[in-house]
Design a protein around this ligand. Structure first.
Ligand code: SAH
Length: 458
């Protein structure tokens, strides 16, 4: 708490300017074979409990616009059969030629499709910076600190975190930064923001598996990777904000004959879009793997890639030391139908004009916990409001208000409100932390900042 108090009292921090920018993202698609799925059941409005289904099945005279990705998907469906939601989500988001991130002009911010917490206020990243320093310090402060961010977007969170670490005397060669990013376009924006210069895309580096490297404006080495597995091993503090919700999910529904998977097929009828939802006739490989016998929900979503990332994080944190802070909207294994699309800050039909909207699903923190429980101890999820207020964000706001320009006051206050108000982002967004199992008794005594101890102390 001493560190937190000191930080919130610092006067030297500046109000961060807003950063307008153009962003496109580039994701790589996946291809799965689906010939063994036989499709018989069309979800009707009365059967479908998900409003998305209802939207996509209502009668309409005219179909929505065809997109370049739609053509690709139609060909693929004709060739291999209906797609799982997981395949569809991957294609719609990260198809290198026509996915949302690859083709979209600027999806972040008020003129885009959605806004993320670090883009709303500098105070968000500052609180994360304080957390990183505090937990790193408690874990023995090994230098250099290796800092990894999954899905860094515009690089704003990392910029704010690094500014705080510098204030606390941790910068230059004491820190190395490793960004996991599938979008070459976004990596350029991140590089400009953090380094102030651009470097060349690197094909086959001899000393690692990165595709870009540079030095930040404060003299720290920074690298970009496509996969977490490429990041060098060693004590690491991991950060991920709104990363896991972009990972694709499978969707299942309980029927009288057992669990079935929701699939996407071509709609040649009079539905509003060129695609429609179907249920598989039989159990699919994914339903056999992921649905547990005691599952009580009637609809169920699961993200296999989340399991893969969690398993890699658990292996690294257990073997090398460090911690992870995951920030996202999500639930604790209770929600059912969260797959949805956003466009222009509004809900959008996921089947409408694929590749033009952000597709997302709530993060299942219960599922994440299950993936790491044997090797790590976890804290949370706690609400964003709980975490930020406990980290001292209110004190930080008052400090900034004392020194800011008049025109910045309104933004600071509304940013604080938006991030912490339960009716805005305060409740829906959650914080979840992972630490090595060996430090459990230590953390029971000195819990991580922003959390409370919520596991069995025995
Ligand atoms: N963390 C940022 C951006 C969130 S948007 C913020 O809070 O503002 C999602 C980010 O994850 C983008 O940077 C996107 O390019 C990246 N991303 C999505 N799927 C990914 C994957 N499978 N591997 C690596 N990065 C991914």
């Amino acid at each position: 708490m001493a560190i937190l108090g000191r930080l919130c009292a610092q006067r030297v921090w500046q109000v961060r300017p807003l950063h307008p920018s153009n962003i496109t993202e580039y994701f790589k698609g996946f291809v799965f074979q689906k010939r063994h799925f036989r499709i018989v059941t069309l979800l009707s409005q009365s059967e479908g409990k998900n409003e998305d289904y209802i939207m996509s099945q209502s009668n309409s005279m005219k179909k929505t616009k065809e997109t370049p990705l739609l053509k690709q998907l139609q060909c693929r469906i004709k060739f291999t059969g209906p797609l799982t939601i997981c395949d569809y989500m991957k294609e719609a988001l990260i198809n290198p030629l026509a996915g949302y991130y690859a083709a979209g002009p600027d999806m972040f911010g008020s003129s885009g499709d959605y806004v993320t917490s670090p883009e709303i206020s500098q105070m968000f990243g500052e609180m994360i910076g304080v957390w990183v320093f505090n937990e790193w310090y408690k874990l023995g402060s090994p230098r250099p600190l290796q800092l990894v961010e999954l899905g860094p977007g515009r690089g704003t969170l990392m910029q704010d975190v690094l500014r705080v670490l510098k204030q606390l005397g941790l910068s230059g060669t004491d820190v190395s930064i490793h960004l996991v990013e599938v979008s070459p376009e976004l990596s350029q924006i991140q590089e400009q923001k953090l380094c102030g210069t651009s470097s060349q895309y690197i094909e086959n580096p001899e000393d690692g598996d990165y595709f870009r490297k540079n030095i930040t404006t404060d003299g720290s080495s920074i690298f970009w990777y496509r996969h977490l597995t490429s990041v060098p091993r060693g004590f690491t503090m991991f950060l991920a904000n709104e990363f896991f919700d972009a990972l694709p999910v499978h969707k299942f529904r309980k029927t009288d004959s057992g669990w079935r998977e929701v699939l996407i097929d071509i709609d040649e009828g009079d539905g509003p879009h060129h695609l429609r939802y179907l249920l598989s006739r039989e159990a699919t490989p994914a339903s056999k793997v992921f649905i547990k016998s005691g599952e009580t929900r009637d609809d169920f979503e699961v993200s296999p890639e989340t399991a893969v990332f969690c398993s890699e994080l658990a292996m690294r944190i257990e073997a090398d030391g460090g911690a992870a802070l995951i920030m996202d909207y999500g639930h604790h294994g209770k929600s059912c139908n969260t797959f949805r699309a956003f466009k222009n800050h509004s809900l959008h039909d996921p089947l409408c004009e694929p590749g033009t909207a952000d597709l997302t699903a709530d993060v299942d923190f219960g599922f994440m916990k299950e993936q790491v429980d044997e090797r790590l101890i976890t804290f949370g999820p706690v609400t964003q409001s709980f975490f930020l207020v406990n980290m001292g964000m209110e004190q930080r706001l008052h400090r900034l208000l004392r020194t800011c320009k008049e025109e910045e006051r309104k933004n600071l206050i509304s940013g604080y409100k938006m991030l912490t108000d339960p009716k805005q982002m305060g409740e829906r967004f959650k914080f979840f932390a992972m630490f090595p199992g060996v430090v459990k008794s230590f953390l029971v005594k000195y819990p991580p900042a922003g959390f409370y101890v919520d596991f069995d102390k025995e």
